[in-house]
Design a protein around this ligand. Structure first.
Ligand SMILES: Cc1cc2nc3c(=O)[nH]c(=O)nc-3n(C[C@H](O)[C@H](O)[C@H](O)COP(=O)(O)OP(=O)(O)OC[C@H]3O[C@@H](n4cnc5c(N)ncnc54)[C@H](O)[C@@H]3O)c2cc1C
Length: 435
C-alpha cells in the first residue's frame, strides 16, 4: 500500500517516462506511490513501431509495452486520456484537464515532443495529420481505406517511413522535401542518392528542393501547392517536418527552459524535486529524437529517484536506421570530414546499391554512413563509444569487422591498399582508388 510512501507523479505515459519508472522499480520497487498521467487514452506502447503498424506489418496490440494489467500488477496508478495542464510548485500539485489535482513529492516530466507546424495555410484541415501517435496512425489507415492520394511533407526518417507505410497501404504517394537530398541530417549525398533511387523505384514520387506554399482546399485538404506553383492533388496530407520539445508545462511553472527543459547530468530540472527525461529535455545544449540516449537518461533518472547519487548521464553516440523493409540505411556520428585532418574511407558499389563510409579523426572513428549492407553499423558505434584507436586496421575498416579482425590476427599479411573511394552515384562496380 502507498500509505506513508513519498508520491512520485510522472507526466507522460510514453517511452521515456515509463522506462524511467521501470528503472526505478528494478532498483527499489516500493520506494514511491507512483501515479502516471498520460494524455493518450492507451497504455504505454512502442512509438517507433508505429511505422510497422502503418505499413501493416504489426497490429496495435503487438506494440504495447506495458499493458493495463502491468500497472495493476505493479501498483502503479495510471490516469490515461487526461492531460496535465499546470504544475503548482508551491502546493506540489499537478492540475489535470478534467479539473482534478494530483499531489506529488517528486515529479517527473516526460512529455516528449510535438510535431513542428510549418507556417503555411491549411494545417487545420481535417485530413492533415502529423505522424506521432496512435490516433495519427488510425487516421492515416482510415484515409488509405477510403481515399487514394497521399502527400507527405518532409523527407527525414519519419516522412519516409510514413510515405512507405501509405504506399504499402495502396495509396499513390508523393513526398515533398525542402532540401535537395533525403535524410540530409543522417546521410551524405552518395547514400541519399541510393536511397532516393530505391524509393523512386518503389513508386514514391519525390519533389525535392521544394518549398510548400500552402495546403489548399475548402473544408478538406485537396492539394498541396508548392512555391513554384505546382499543385499536387491530395486526399491525405502528412506533416513530418520535425519535432519540438514539449516544454509548455515546465515553462509555465517557471522551470528553466531553452529549446527543451533544462536538466543537469542527474536529470533534475532547476527544481531539485522535479526531474525530466526524453524528447522534452535539453542537456548541455542538446535535444533528443532517438531512443538510445533516452534509455540512458531513464537509467540515470531511475537511479537518482532510487536515491543513488553516483550515477550521471553521459550522452552516448547515437545512430539512426530506417525501418523500411528491404532498404538498409545506417548512420552514426559525423557525416563527413570536418577538415583536412579527418579521413574519409569509402566503398561505393552503386550497381549493387552498396555504400560504406567511415570517418576517422586522430585514428578514431567519429562517424559512419552505410547503405545496403549495415551489418557492421553496431560495431562502428562500439568503436565510437570506446573511442578505440583503429590505426592497426585502418586500411580494412571500411570493409568491416571480419576484415579488420583478420588483419589484427595476421599483422604480417600484405595489407589491403589504403582506400579512398570517390562517391559517384552513377558508378557501377566497386570503385576504389589508393589514397
Ligand atoms: C513514427 C515514429 C518512428 C520512430 N522511429 C524511431 C526509430 O526508428 N528509432 C528511434 O530511436 N526513435 C524513433 N522514434 C522516436 C522515438 O519514438 C522517441 O524518441 C521516443 O518515443 C521519445 O520518448 P518520450 O517519452 O520522450 O516521448 P513520447 O514517447 O512521445 O511520450 C510522451 C508522452 O507524453 C504525453 N504527454 C505530453 N504532454 C502531456 C501532458 N501535458 N499531460 C499528459 N501526458 C502528456 C504524450 O501524449 C506522450 O504519450 C520514432 C518516432 C515516431 C513517431
Amino acid at each position: 500500500m502507498s500509505m506513508g510512501r513519498p508520491r512520485l507523479v510522472v507526466v507522460g505515459n510514453g517511452m521515456a517516462g515509463m522506462r524511467a519508472v521501470e528503472e526505478l522499480m528494478a532498483r527499489d520497487p516500493d520506494r514511491y506511490a507512483i501515479t502516471v498521467i498520460g494524455a493518450e487514452p492507451q497504455p504505454n506502447y512502442n512509438r517507433i513501431q508505429l511505422s510497422a503498424v502503418l505499413a501493416g506489418d504489426k497490429a496495435l496490440d503487438d506494440i504495447v509495452i506495458n499493458g493495463w494489467d502491468w500497472y495493476d500488477a505493479h501498483g502503479v496508478r495510471l490516469i490515461a486520456g487526461n492531460r496535465a495542464v499546470a504544475i503548482d510548485r508551491e502546493a506540489r500539485q499537478v492540475a489535470l484537464g478534467d479539473g482534478t489535482r494530483v499531489a506529488y513529492d517528486k515529479l517527473l516530466l516526460a512529455t516528449g515532443s510535438k510535431p513542428v507546424a510549418p507556417p503555411i495555410a491549411g494545417l487545420g484541415l481535417p485530413n492533415v495529420r502529423a505522424f506521432r501517435d496512435i490516433a495519427d496512425v488510425e487516421a492515416m489507415i482510415a484515409a488509405s481505406q477510403n481515399t487514394r492520394r497521399a502527400v507527405v511533407i518532409g523527407g527525414g526518417l519519419l516522412g519516409l517511413e510514413a510515405a512507405w507505410g501509405l504506399k504499402r497501404r495502396g495509396m499513390v504517394v508523393s513526398l515533398i522535401h525542402l532540401m535537395p537530398t533525403l535524410m540530409e541530417r543522417q546521410l551524405d549525398g552518395a547514400a541519399a542518392a541510393l536511397l532516393h533511387r530505391d524509393l523512386d523505384a518503389r513508386g514514391i514520387a519525390f519533389y525535392t528542393n521544394s518549398q510548400t506554399e500552402e495546403i489548399a482546399g475548402a473544408g478538406r485538404a485537396e492539394a498541396v501547392v508548392l512555391a513554384d506553383g505546382r499543385r499536387i492533388p491530395a486526399d491525405l496530407v502528412v506533416l513530418a517536418v520535425g519535432i519540438r520539445p514539449n516544454i509548455d508545462l515546465a515553462r509555465d511553472a517557471s522551470l528553466d527552459v531553452n529549446r527543451g527543459i533544462l536538466v543537469g547530468d542527474d536529470m533534475a530540472t532547476s527544481d531539485p524535486d522535479i526531474y525530466a527525461v526524453g524528447e522534452c529535455i535539453e542537456h548541455n545544449g542538446q535535444t533528443f529524437g532517438l531512443l538510445a540516449p533516452i534509455w540512458d537518461q531513464a537509467k540515470v533518472c531511475g537511479a537518482r529517484l532510487a536515491g543513488d547519487a553516483g550515477v550521471v548521464y553521459v550522452p552516448p553516440p547515437v545512430f539512426t536506421s530506417l525501418k523500411i523493409t528491404g532498404i538498409d540505411v545506417f548512420s552514426a556520428g559525423a557525416l563527413a570530414a570536418a577538415d583536412d585532418a579527418d579521413e574519409e574511407l569509402t566503398l561505393h558499389d552503386a550497381g549493387r546499391g552498396l555504400y560504406k563510409k567511415v570517418i576517422l579523426r586522430n585514428g578514431k572513428v567519429v562517424g559512419s554512413v552505410l547503405y545496403g549492407d549495415v551489418a557492421d553499423g553496431p560495431w562502428y558505434v562500439e568503436l565510437m563509444r570506446e573511442q578505440a584507436d583503429v590505426s592497426a586496421f585502418r586500411d580494412q575498416i571500411a570493409f568491416g569487422r571480419a576484415f579488420a579482425e583478420a588483419a589484427i590476427a595476421s599483422p604480417q599479411a600484405e595489407p589491403a591498399p589504403p582506400i579512398a573511394v570517390e562517391a559517384d552515384p552513377a558508378a557501377t562496380g566497386l570503385q576504389c582508388r589508393a589514397a
